[in-house]
Every structure is written in structure tokens, then in C-alpha cells.
Design a protein around this ligand. Structure first.
Ligand SMILES: *Cc1c(COP(=O)(O)O)cnc(C)c1O
Length: 408
């Protein structure tokens, strides 16, 4: 089949493989154990000499089918799925970094990733948080033991856009592993491979699954990083194509050690969500743009953080890199305005910490998801006590505007 479209490819990938009973969906395989006819076959699968399944924590046919779809979406080499996005990041970090290594991360990070990177410091890994919107901050932070640079595409909640291309070029020159968390843009809006990322992270829980009914995460190898120059690959995983060593180690060590396996039921549900990503995401982006414009003109709003607005500091970068500006925005209410009262008056939008859902979700971030990190770190991320994050869904635009208009 010569198919090129994003959605066509996702919809028909399962059927291009062996069709199990003609099923149009990859069936959910619940077996944890896999049996072989001969001891030789069993040994060959364990040693990676033959493709096959060994034990449900390590791999599963339903999950493999999802991994192939994520690889296709990211135009990468291979993907490993995990139970959550955080599990994917944790497994990548714990399997690739060692005590004495140095990691450079953007200071504009998802709160739990920020927490994880602080945990890494307790294991002897040095972490520098720098202004990821400017490659020069990364350049200045580099040390002889720097192993990797980690950034997100559009940061949450204040929508800073990392200097994705600049950092990619720099990492390539310095042979540093470049890890890009593509959750906020999704492979529909942006391919980190285009800015030379070596590994791509996706929280599948967000817009890829899209319906707030399943957790999952993924690490994709783009094939651009030369793992033969990476000092932390164990001899066991220096096998075959050196462009795949890193992911092999993440699959073998990261998945095994964390045990954070994606459940086959979850893989099936995520694959179903992914079928309509290309229908849902543009609608959510259009709604976000309309809301951003509405808030921008409203006297009760001090500031709107949305890359689609021309006043956004990285608006041009977003326009050049992304197919659209995403479905997340934040607003700072004017001083003295009661942000809890504003939220309590909303009737259609949901008060919730999630994002990338079909429904529009609102949360006062300083009091909730970014509460634990403290005021100082919040200020460095551009978060005020009156910042409300809005993950815009696919509702009808007039209902959203009416809800916020009424509430303000
Ligand atoms: C939600 C999120 C994660 C973590 O994903 P979970 O599936 O919730 O564990 C990681 N990175 C970003 C940018 C996210 O938004």
C-alpha cells in the first residue's frame, strides 16, 4: 500500500501486519507468559537473536503495535512504551545516566519532571536548570561530564518555546544527547527529529490518547544520535546498529528495572485515541487561539500566555517550527481579582489538573500542581498566584467563550 497521510497510516498499520482473525484492531493480548516449542527457540528469543515475546513486563504484542504507531508518527527508528509519561522519562534517565554525569535541563519544565530531576541529584547526577529559550544558556552550562540536554517544546504553564533548533545544532556539534519532550505539541504539530533530537518523549496520556481515560508514555529513538560515542552503554547492548543502542538499553534496563510496563488494555485504548489525533488537535488549537484573543482584549486579564499571539516572546519561533501553536494557554488575572471565585463560576469548563483532553480544563497552578516547588522556583518559571492554566478542548467555540465571559 502506498499511503502517505498521517491518519491513513495510523488507521491501516495493524492491517498491514499479520491480521489476527481479520480483526481491524490489534487484539488485546493479556498473556504474561509466552511458550515455545523448543528450548533453542526460547533461548534465541531471550538472547535477542529471534524476535519474540519473553515475559509480559518486557513486551507484549498489543504494546508492540502501539510502539510501531508512535514510531511512525515521530518518523523515528523505534519506540518503547511505558505505563506513564513520567515512567518513560524516569526509565530513560536511570538507564542512560550514571553517578558523576551532568544533565542540562530547561528551567521551564513539567512539574513532575522537575521533581524527578531533583531526585536524580540524590543519586550523584548533577543537574543544571537553564533558560531553555536561549541556546547560549545551554552553551554556558556545558561541563566536561555533560551527557544530555533535556527540553520541552512548549512549556507548561507559561508556554515558553525552547530554542529547539539552536540547541539541536549545538548538541550535534558537541555530540551531546538531545532529548525533547514533545508532549505539548505531539508529532502532529512538530517532529523533534527535524531539530536533530536523539530521543523523543511523549506522554501518551495527553493529546495522543486524548480522552482522559488512560495513562501511557513513550520514548522514541530518532536514529540521529551516535551511541557509539556515548560512554554509558553497557557492553551487552552494543549489538547491531549503533543508532539503536540507546533505546535497546532503555528497553532492556530501563523497562526491566523500573517495571513500569504499559498494560495491554491501555495500549489498545491509546491506539484508538491516536486514530483521531489529526481531527481533534486542530480543533483544540483553533479554540485556544480564539480564547487567547478573547482574553487578550478582556480588562480582567493582566496577561495571556499563548504562542499564537504576536506579542508572545517566541511567537516567530513557534510559527517557524510548529504546524500550529497548541491547545494550552495560561492567563494572569489582574491583581486583586479572586481567581478561585472566577474558577468557581465556570459552568462548562472543568476544574482539573489534566491536559490535552477533549474537554477544556482549568487549574490555578500556584496553588496546585506547582505548589510544592515553592514561590522562588515558581517565579523563575513565570508563574504568579493569579495564573490559571487552561487546557483547551474541542467543545464548540461559542460555549467556551460564553463560559469564560460569564465567569469573568
Ligand atoms: C503530563 C506530562 C508528562 C508526564 O506524563 P504522565 O503520563 O502524566 O506521567 C511529561 N511531560 C509533559 C510535558 C507532560 O505534560
Amino acid at each position: 500500500m502506498n499511503i502517505k497521510g498521517f491518519t491513513t497510516k495510523i488507521l491501516h498499520l495493524d492491517r498491514q501486519k499479520t491480521i489476527e482473525h481479520g480483526s481491524v484492531h490489534k487484539p488485546v493480548h493479556n498473556s504474561v507468559a509466552y511458550a515455545y516449542q523448543t528450548a533453542e527457540e526460547l533461548a534465541a528469543v531471550f538472547q535477542g537473536k529471534e524476535k519474540g515475546y519473553s515475559y509480559g513486563r518486557q513486551n507484549n504484542p498489543t504494546t508492540t503495535a502501539l510502539e510501531e504507531k508512535i514510531t511512525l508518527m515521530e518518523q523515528g527508528l523505534e519506540t518503547v512504551c511505558f505505563a506513564t509519561g513520567m515512567a518513560a522519562i524516569s526509565a530513560a534517565m536511570f538507564s542512560l545516566l550514571r553517578s558523576g554525569d551532568h544533565l542540562i535541563a530547561s528551567q521551564y519544565l513539567f512539574g513532575n519532571t522537575n521533581s524527578l530531576f531533583n531526585t536524580l541529584t540524590q543519586f550523584g547526577i548533577q543537574v543544571s536548570f537553564v533558560d531553555g529559550t536561549d541556546v547560549s544558556a545551554v552553551e554556558e552550562a556545558v561541563l566536561p561530564n555533560t551527557r544530555a540536554v533535556f527540553v520541552e517544546t512548549i512549556a507548561n504553564p507559561c508556554t515558553q518555546i525552547a530554542d529547539l533548533a539552536g540547541i539541536g545544532k549545538f548538541c550535534e556539534e558537541r555530540e551531546l544527547l538531545y532529548i525533547v519532550d514533545n508532549t505539548m505539541t505531539s508529532p502532529l504539530l512538530f517532529l523533534p527529529k527535524d531539530v536533530k533530537a536523539g530521543l523523543v518523549i511523549n506522554s501518551l496520556t495527553k493529546c495522543i490518547a486524548g480522552h482522559a481515560n488512560v495513562l501511557g508514555g513513550a520514548v522514541t529513538e530518532t536514529g540521529l544520535f551516535d551511541w557509539s560515542r556515548f560512554p554509558n552503554i553497557l557492553n551487552n547492548y552494543k549489538k547491531g546498529d549503533y543508532r539503536r543502542w540507546g533505546l535497546l538499553q532503555i528497553r532492556k534496563k530501563g523497562l526491566r528495572d523500573t517495571g513500569a510496563t504499559l498494560a495491554p488494555d491501555s495500549a489498545s485504548r491509546i491506539a484508538l485515541g491516536a486514530e483521531t489525533l489529526e481531527l481533534r488537535m486542530p480543533r483544540a488549537c483553533t479554540n485556544a487561539k480564539a480564547l487567547a484573543t478573547f482574553f487578550d482584549e478582556h480588562p480582567a486579564i493582566e496577561k495571556v500566555h499563548y504562542p499564537g499571539l504576536e506579542a508572545h516572546p517566541q511567537h516567530d519561533r513557534g510559527r517557524d517550527l510548529f504546524a500550529d501553536f497548541g491547545s494550552l494557554l495560561s492567563i494572569d488575572l489582574v491583581d486583586g481579582y479572586d481567581c478561585f471565585a472566577f474558577l468557581n463560576r465556570l459552568q462548562c469548563c472543568v476544574l482539573s489538573s489534566h491536559l490535552g483532553d477533549n474537554r477544556t480544563l482549568c487549574i490555578p497552578v500556584a496553588h496546585t500542581i506547582f505548589y510544592e516547588m515553592g514561590a522562588e522556583r515558581r517565579t523563575s518559571m513565570g508563574i504568579s498566584d493569579n495564573t490559571v492554566r487552561i487546557s483547551v478542548g474541542i467543545e464548540d467555540q461559542q460555549d467556551l467563550i460564553a463560559d469564560f465571559s460569564n465567569s469573568l
